[in-house]
Design a protein around this ligand. Structure first.
Ligand SMILES: [Zn+2]
Length: 323
């Protein structure tokens, strides 16, 4: 009996001891797992491919990673899902004009005088100038599209969201004045977040200034084609973007004046699906045609040719071959 009790105690002690050792074992295992886990993490970071910035881009629509070289050769259209990436002014221009022919850039040095002395504005501009190679958010050139002389302005969506300040207003005004003098058509690729808040009222004044020069170009019977790309909003939509003799747009581009949320809050109604997208605007008569990015050069050259034929008394039949 006693021996049994003794044995029992011994058993209890040994059991207690075993539990302790088990606990220690678990702790040790946990520690080793933790250590291993840290090591694995470390190795993983070490194994990550070293991809320099600007080599690949991620599609915002399908999430696929695409090589930038492939993207640029594909006119910045996602090869997986067909979504359009934003194009810089230089990239856009190279897809439209005759690249092997003469292209002259005008008013390259026109820059803002920072009329409001807005805090941090000059530093921001300097950074963007280095990044984009532009002095302000627009590129103005005289070039050829399929051997036809033309003035082209391309807004850059990267440069302060393509906002329109005094420099853009001045460059566009000079562009229309020059084109009027030389009897040449104008194409403007719009992509803008609207007026530039850093220049306040001076920025808004550009709407009237450009529209005035544009009206004189139009009175001279000259052609102005406006191409709306994603996004074209605010003061730009309220002026030269919507004043084209022919208004083209890229598929699914956001085009509007105020943002949809502001409109919804103001009118207190739910907005219809696809509101402020190119397809919706085409349906409601605000634009003339939606043109895919790969067809843009072809369509523009046809319109210019038809307009020339018309002004030279050419055949009207060609006009009907457009659609
Ligand atoms: Zn995609």
């Amino acid at each position: 009996m006693l021996s049994n009790i003794f044995r029992g105690k011994q058993y209890a002690v040994s059991k207690k001891y075993n539990r302790q050792s088990l606990k220690d074992n678990i702790e040790e295992k946990k520690k080793s797992i933790k250590e291993n886990y840290v090591e694995i993490q470390y190795q993983e970071t070490e194994c990550k491919p070293n991809v320099p910035e600007g080599i690949v881009a991620k599609c915002a629509k399908c999430g696929k990673i695409i090589y930038n070289k492939l993207l640029i050769s594909n006119n910045k259209i996602c090869p997986e899902c067909g979504a359009y990436f934003k194009m810089t002014a230089i990239e856009r221009l190279s897809t439209i004009i005759d690249v092997d022919d003469l292209c002259i850039e005008y008013d390259k040095q026109v820059t803002t005088k920072d009329p409001l002395k807005f805090p941090g504005y000059k530093e921001k501009l300097l950074n963007l100038q280095k990044r984009t190679g532009l002095i302000d958010g627009i590129l103005v050139v005289k070039a050829k599209i399929k051997t036809n002389d033309i003035y082209i302005a391309v807004m850059d969506p990267v440069f302060l969201m393509g906002s329109m300040g005094t420099a853009i207003g001045e460059k566009l005004t000079r562009l229309f004045e020059r084109a009027t003098k030389e009897n040449l058509p104008v194409i403007v690729f719009c992509s803008s977040g609207g007026a530039r808040m850093q220049e306040g009222i001076f920025s808004l004044m550009q709407m009237a200034k450009v529209s005035g020069a544009l009206a004189r170009h139009s009175e001279a019977g000259l052609l102005y084609i406006s191409v709306l790309t994603d996004p074209t909003t605010g003061g730009v939509t309220a002026s030269f973007a919507m004043l084209g003799d022919i208004i083209l747009a890229e598929p699914k581009a956001l085009i509007g004046f105020a943002g949809p949320r502001v409109i919804q809050q103001t009118i207190g109604q739910k907005l219809p699906e696809g509101f402020q997208r190119s397809e919706f605007l085409l349906e409601h008569g605000f634009i003339d045609k939606i043109v895919a990015r790969n067809d843009m050069r072809e369509v523009l050259s046809k319109i210019i040719l038809l307009h020339q034929n018309k002004s030279q008394g050419g055949s009207k039949d060609e006009f009907y071959t457009m659609e």
